[in-house]
Design a protein around this ligand. Sequence first.
Ligand SMILES: C[S@@+](CC[C@H](N)C(=O)[O-])C[C@H]1O[C@@H](n2cnc3c(N)ncnc32)[C@H](O)[C@@H]1O
Length: 624
Amino acid sequence: MPIKYIPYTPNTIEGQAVLDNITRTKRVLRYRENNEVYNRLERGMPYYEVETVEQVGEASENLIIRGECVSNCAYLKEQGIKVDLVYIDPPFASGADYAKSVYIRRNPKLAAKIKEAEQSIEMDELRTFEEKMYGDIWQKEDYLNWMYENLQAIKSIMSETATIYLHIDYHIGHYIKILMDEVFGEANFRNEIIWCTTSASNVKTDFPKKHDTIFRYVNSPEFIFNADDVRVPYAEGSLDRANRNVIGKGGMNFDSIKLNEKGKIPEDWWTDIQRAARYPGENVDYATQKPEKLLQRVIQASSNEGMVVADFFGGSGVTAKVANELGRKFIHCDVGINSIQTVRDRLVAEKANFIIKEVKDGVNLFRNPQQTMDKLATLITGLQTKVEGVSNFWLGAINDSKIGTVPVYVPDLIDSQQKLLDIPIINRIINQEIQNLSIAAKKVIVYYIDIADEKELKKFIKENNATTTDIELRDLKNLLHETVVNDELEFTCEKVENKNKDLFDAKEVYEIEITKFVSDRLQQKINEFNEKGNLQAINKGKEFDPIDISEEGLELIELISLDCKNSKGEWYSTTEIKIDKLGYVIYDGEKSKDFWNGKITSKEKPLRIKVRNISGDESIVSVE
Ligand SMILES: C[S@@+](CC[C@H](N)C(=O)[O-])C[C@H]1O[C@@H](n2cnc3c(N)ncnc32)[C@H](O)[C@@H]1O
């Protein structure tokens, strides 16, 4: 349960166009009539306990927080932290799932095998070889309700002079503009920036969609806009006309306009910034990664040195990285472990100082909400998804030999607000969802993470359930615990002569050698990949060469960190190595051409060792 609820402030500005003004039919947006959202807004932002999990470098105000946008804002508000600039690039409601490729490390023979395997498997069948990061499939109404709550939460912690940039695209951007008018006020709208990009396109029936939209709103008329810091060169034509003193089309004499020697302020359509993939040095393999140049323009225009720049859907960490480079403080938040690890490693390479925190909202996530949801479906004994007559409000149904089909409701972990089971949800189950079932269910099972007031809820069910269906409440936390199983690690630790004086200036060092690494989670994934590949090969009459992991399992390791300071509690990485996807070692953020040899050394005696596998799961073991 949250420790308490913190009010969203302020409420919608009076007199603004609000989405409930365009409520028409059941199918159209109606979040104002949607009591669930209304009640949640009234209740406030859930404030949970927040734990410091790691300190990198020296103590600082820079933060990385793993958690949902709304609970992160509750935490910041409770700490009295205000932000001066917000850039967010939330899921676009694009109807897609985002995944990352998992690269098996080090053994070149295996790397070659994976390549072959990839080629013999159809592209869209490759998902089993990838890890899901986050889903972006929404009902429009749910998305807008969710975004409304996020925007209210973010506004609660914006300083008086703050600006927000919201990056979106055609899928839902026009609705977002109305939401932003409502939350920030039409008078505070400053720009609709069109970021134009190019890439090959096969589209023949439409104009290829090659732009994103970035809405810029300010919190008050006292906002920051450093025009001189973002000037770009004038177009040649403008310079030429100015030089020749030509009369412009509008009758304007260019000679009379003083061209600024630093260049012009970019218009609200940006064609001079490419997608991140076009800047190879920046690529951190994070789907939807945005380019640094984009963030440089945003941060330079709308903040000053020393100010706090926040990104609540931080992804690859581009905002934090650029903010740090430009002498701003940063707050990076994201709900997925992959984002937290990616930004952490990116900032370690920058020698940045920061603290990593985690919101303890009772959900022991398996990597990210998406993967946890998938895993949960397999943990509920007998659960079948996509059962006929059972709508997708339910996760699926169990077939009970005595009472028949039992629909099962599990809160959607991707939508933070579903975590609390309260009367509006139970009401919906009783009065809508059970009645909409096209099977006669004798019982339904309702899982919950938090429960508003169990006694009251049970009383409500007793008094209001006019159906003949029993409702069984179950605590999801018991199941969530089972989603996380640690990897196993065997190693030796010895004091040896220091052979690499470039790394440490010491005669002797502690050397840890990993002798065995076992990850059931990854092995399971590889087995699934092999089975699928094999089946496909059989169907095509071909041979399949499976991925084979060595007895020692070291190919499954991505990062090893040693803590020589704390033996428990928050992690302090005294020294670490990361093995890049080609097998080269990155020492404390510094790239090298050394091939990993299974060892890591440190000057001081290690107290704990942390190993991150190639899918991002971390295990900590103490060194005796
Ligand atoms: C489009 S990506 C952001 C990409 C980022 N701008 C970059 O350049 O790498 C959206 C991110 O939002 C995160 N996310 C989704 N739902 C969230 C939530 N409720 N709270 C915080 N982060 C969330 C996802 O994990 C994902 O990393």
